[in-house]
Design a protein around this ligand. Structure first.
Ligand code: A3P
Ligand code: MG
Ligand code: MG
Length: 376
């Protein structure tokens, strides 16, 4: 990997490299190549991996976008949740996806590999006020694998989630059921229990500045009215759409917060995977969706003008990857794939800090089955 140049580096202490969380608002957008789909896979309700399109969903729009009356509580008693399984699986399914893709684990393919959600988190950090993060990094065959680690606060929140919070989360999945189908042309099956663990994922490859990135992302639905072949060519030519729910906006303050936080997240999440459109179901407090709104991802930054700047997000991601690369390069333990670098940030703190946990530890996240399956 090309040795990254120093950026915003500041040493709080010798053993704790740190990076300042600040990007000037006039920053220029770093070079970012159009992300391309290079592979795909499905996960069933038990998070079992198959290298196919079995969980691919097709968008199915209602005749009218208003007066829908979709009740997101419908069938809630039968919902099959999956938050515990998702919280413990780390990047195992991404690693399975990489092995199944036939791509080599090498810097020629990508110098960073991770899940898309992790990149979204980093991109939105300059504007984040509530949730901190922890990111683990290990090096194998010159590739830096990155994995989100649940922070103590996130764990407390997950363990202490109230029935109401669980219901709000399930509303988002129920909305997906109302507006997607597994057979193009066949209306959505809204009586079946929602299986929240099911996912269809694509692997994307792109280049940010001079670094190649490979990441996995869950894709909500494809906008196609004939069944796709189970092949990469069909998926590469397909258009995906992102599905969201949001409480309907009833005052200026809510509208401002929607633009400041939700639209920022939606833009970052979808920009990374070249998704052009988002469909949002606006719901009331009882979970009834009356109306759909359509958003063009490329128009979102204009809607949120003066609240956040896309170039700040992307520059921060660029600087963070530079910082991670430099920190790992500078470390004498970097040849052991069990060694973990841990990067942390908390809202209100102006620095990301890193530390290293050498050798095998509870934080090591590259499993033996992965390390031994990668052929030279
Ligand atoms: P909404 O987007 O409608 O809120 P995604 O939008 O990324 O495809 O995620 C699908 C749904 O998963 C979300 O629907 C939400 O219900 C749930 N979800 C995603 N991230 C979550 C989180 N951190 N906590 C709780 N629920 C979450
Ligand atoms: Mg999704
Ligand atoms: Mg969605």
């Amino acid at each position: 990997m090309a040795r990254p140049s120093p950026v915003n580096m500041n040493s709080i202490s010798k053993n704790r490299p740190s990076m300042r969380v600040w990007v000037k608002p006039s920053a220029t957008f770093p070079p970012f190549a159009q992300p391309m789909v290079v592979s795909y896979f499905s996960l069933d309700q038990d998070r079992r991996f198959t290298p196919d399109t079995s969980q691919l969903r097709y968008m199915y729009l209602p005749r009218e976008a208003e007066g829908l009356g979709w009740d997101l509580n419908h069938g809630l008693a039968k919902v099959q949740r999956s938050d515990h399984a998702k919280s413990i699986e780390r990047i195992d399914n991404l690693l399975r996806g990489i092995l199944a893709s036939g791509l080599s684990v090498s810097q020629e393919v990508a110098s960073f590999m991770c899940l898309r959600g992790l990149l979204t988190r980093i991109m939105t950090t300059p504007y984040e006020q509530n949730q901190g993060w922890e990111i683990l990094v290990s090096r194998f065959r010159g590739v830096l694998f990155m994995c989100a680690q649940e922070t103590p606060e996130q764990r407390r929140e997950r363990m202490g989630a109230t029935e109401n919070q669980k219901r709000f989360s399930s509303w988002g999945f129920k909305f997906e059921q109302y507006i997607t189908t597994d057979q193009p042309g066949c209306p959505p099956e809204t009586e079946a229990p929602v299986k929240e663990g099911e996912e269809f994922c694509c692997l994307f490859r792109t280049k940010l500045s001079d670094r190649r990135l490979l990441y996995g992302a869950e894709m909500d639905a494809v906008t196609c009215d004939v069944p796709l072949e189970d092949c990469l060519e069909d998926l590469m030519l397909s258009e995906f759409v992102e599905l969201k729910t949001s409480r309907k906006l009833t005052c200026v303050r809510q509208e401002r917060n929607f633009k400041r936080f939700k639209l920022l997240n939606w833009w970052a999440q979808n920009f990374l995977v070249n998704v052009a459109h988002i469909i949002c179901g606006f719901r009331d407090d009882r979970g009834i969706v009356e109306k759909l709104e359509f958003y063009k991802v490329e128009e979102i930054p204009k809607m949120a003008k003066d609240l956040w700047v896309p170039a700040v997000c992307m520059t921060f991601l660029d600087q963070f990857l530079n910082f991670v690369g430099r920190t790992v390069w500078d470390c004498p333990h970097s040849n052991d794939p069990n060694t973990v670098w841990r990067f942390r940030w908390e809202p209100g703190v102006h620095y990301v800090t890193g530390d290293v946990i050498p050798g095998s530890s509870q934080l090591s996240f590259l499993p033996d089955w992965f390390l031994s399956s990668v052929v030279a």
